[in-house]
Design a binder for this molecule. Sequence first.
Ligand SMILES: Nc1ncnc2c1ncn2[C@@H]1O[C@H](COP(=O)(O)OP(=O)(O)OP(=O)(O)O)[C@@H](O)[C@H]1O
Ligand SMILES: [Mg+2]
Length: 357
Amino acid sequence: MRVIAIANQKGGCGKTTTATNLAAALALNAKRVLLLDNDPQGHATLAFGFRERDFSLSTYDLYLTSDILVQDAFLEAGENLHLVPAGVELAAVEQALARETEKERRLQDKLRRSSLPYDYVLIDCPPAVSLLTFNALLACGEVIIPVDPSVFSLQAARKMHETLAVLREQRGHDVVPRVLMSDYDTRPRFVRTLMAELDAQYEAELLDTIVHHTVRFREAAGAGVPVVRLDPESRGAVDFRCLAREVIAEEVDVTVTAVDHWVALLHGPRPTGTGVRFEADFPRAKAVRITGTFCDWSAKGLPLARRDDGIWECHLALEPGRHEYRFIVDGAWLPDPHNTESAPNEFGGVNSLCVVG
Ligand SMILES: Nc1ncnc2c1ncn2[C@@H]1O[C@H](COP(=O)(O)OP(=O)(O)OP(=O)(O)O)[C@@H](O)[C@H]1O
Ligand SMILES: [Mg+2]
């Protein structure tokens, strides 16, 4: 499962358009998607035609009521697509949590405790670096930063990178950023100049897909239907189908290594006398960590190092006994594809199991 926040503190740069249309396009690709509206404006909720009278539980309740989990609060927003709606009450979260400790980890904690049978969780953020945005950034492994053609948007993208650096340094939380050129119009020269600047500054992070300017997005928002459903042949729909394909292409290819038995036997956990060596073959990953019972399922986990042959490894001094663990591969929590020993977990999935004698 990949958790992707859509964030940029600049208002109106295309966050909700991206979150809603990417969610719908991923769902059309048979991916199971949860879209979490994390903005008191509730635009992602409106974009799927829901009004406040259509729901009684919302993102607000995920933040403030411990017992309410994602499975209690979602609405069906089409095939393969669930939506946790939001309304104006979400604006009260900041004040309600003012005196609480660990208030930036509410959403992360809620996602960890909820049953999430999804391939993707997308989080639509408000136009501010607020408590709501911090919660989304700590809950996600990746962030898509839409940038519309304005210097303010570019400046806000820089601020977002600074925020990510703070999260890395102060919270040990790594988020993989991607920059998306949105609302792109090829005609004005300054737009092309800005695009070149974006390309130079964020070369590695810039998504190949460009979302072009088209009036269909406004029409679709008014109709309460994403463009990819309202007008599948339109330019906007084509752009988001491309974006969905690009995002899917970055999925870590774990199934291949998981079914390839000899590869599975080559790596996996091995006792060393002083602990256990963990090895995993994630050739396309940018960062791999391990978390489990031995570190109280820390969301940060412990880092694996990448060898020259592309295998990730680490050595842990584990006590004798049963240890359950998962890898965190570019933010996605995955069982060890090289280890056939596993134990069911409370989320309906499995954790990998390592028994130290
Ligand atoms: N590619 C596009 N072409 C034309 N209009 C667009 C495009 N992308 C977004 N818009 C329009 O611009 C407005 C703002 O877009 P959107 O709501 O997605 O931005 P946002 O970043 O979520 O805003 P906020 O910061 O208020 O949450 C909307 O009316 C939307 O329909
Ligand atoms: Mg929005």
